[in-house]
Design a protein around this ligand. Structure first.
Ligand code: PGA
Length: 252
């Protein structure tokens, strides 16, 4: 299947203008010869978006934001809208990252509203889903992931589904050094693709990412799985060498 490949760098609440300079300088150099079928997205904190957008001019890197408001505009102090992100040069926006769900109490309803806002602004939402350790140990991993996907995308028009990227990030694997085995991640990705197909989407064309402690030494095995089209990278995206090696881990 000829889906595009995507590796996204989620800097989380890390970095500065100086770090953005150094990191992007390194990535421009190290990824100059990257296969054109692999798209790279840089997802810095919101205040660095304008800087990063300027720095990627002339490169093939896309830019994304880590969050957006569930509302379009108005009296929502402290919020940043999808339209503003688009205006700042973003193509992507993360929606429903587990840190937002857990630390900022983002419910499935809020996540669904954010997906809608992203789409109406012309952004591609990267919808993050994943089970906690308790849910996994209770044998509920698949059910949790399926229900998160359905809840977030149930009101998305079938044609717009192609603009959505889904990232499977088991919560217990994020920032812990524990990764799902490639087989296990593949199994859940296949379930996600079936779920999208069941919702009427042209699921074979939808890009699915794996996230959770992806490093240079485990990326190749994960990316070789038939339903894993790339990665959402946290910690390792703050190091130009590591992130470049991850982007170069596709074998076909
Ligand atoms: P990690 O984070 O690579 O540091 O585990 C992934 C993520 O949260 O997107």
């Amino acid at each position: 299947m000829n889906r595009r490949k995507l590796v996204a760098a989620n800097w989380k609440m890390n970095g500065s203008r100086a770090l953005a300079d150094t990191l992007l300088g390194g990535l421009r150099e190290q990824l100059a010869g990257l296969d054109a079928s692999v798209e790279v997205a840089i997802i810095p904190p919101a205040v660095l978006l304008a800087d990063v957008s300027k720095q990627v001019v002339g490169t093939s890197f896309a830019v994304g934001a880590q969050n957006l408001s569930q509302w379009r505009a108005g009296a929502y102090t402290g919020e940043v809208s999808g339209d503003m992100l688009k205006d700042a040069g973003c193509q992507y926006v993360l929606v429903g990252h587990s840190e937002r769900r857990q630390l900022f109490a983002e419910s499935d309803e809020v996540v669904a509203a954010k997906v809608q806002q992203a789409l109406q602004a012309g952004l591609s939402p990267i919808l993050c889903v994943g089970e906690t350790l308790d849910e996994r140990e209770a044998g509920k991993a698949e059910a949790v992931v399926v229900s998160q996907v359905r809840a977030a995308l149930e009101s998305v028009a079938v044609a717009d589904m192609l603009r959505v990227v889904v990232a499977y990030e088991p919560v217990w694997a994020i920032g812990t050094g524990k990764t799902a085995t490639a087989e296990d991640a593949q199994r859940i990705h296949a379930v996600i693709r079936e779920t999208l197909a069941g919702m009427g989407a042209d699921a074979n064309l939808i890009v699915l990412l794996y996230g959770g402690s992806v490093k240079p030494d485990n990326a190749a095995e994960l990316f070789a799985q038939p339903d894993i089209d790339g990665g959402l990278i946290g910690g390792a995206s703050l190091d130009a060498n590591d992130f470049s090696r991850i982007c170069q881990s596709f074998t076909d």
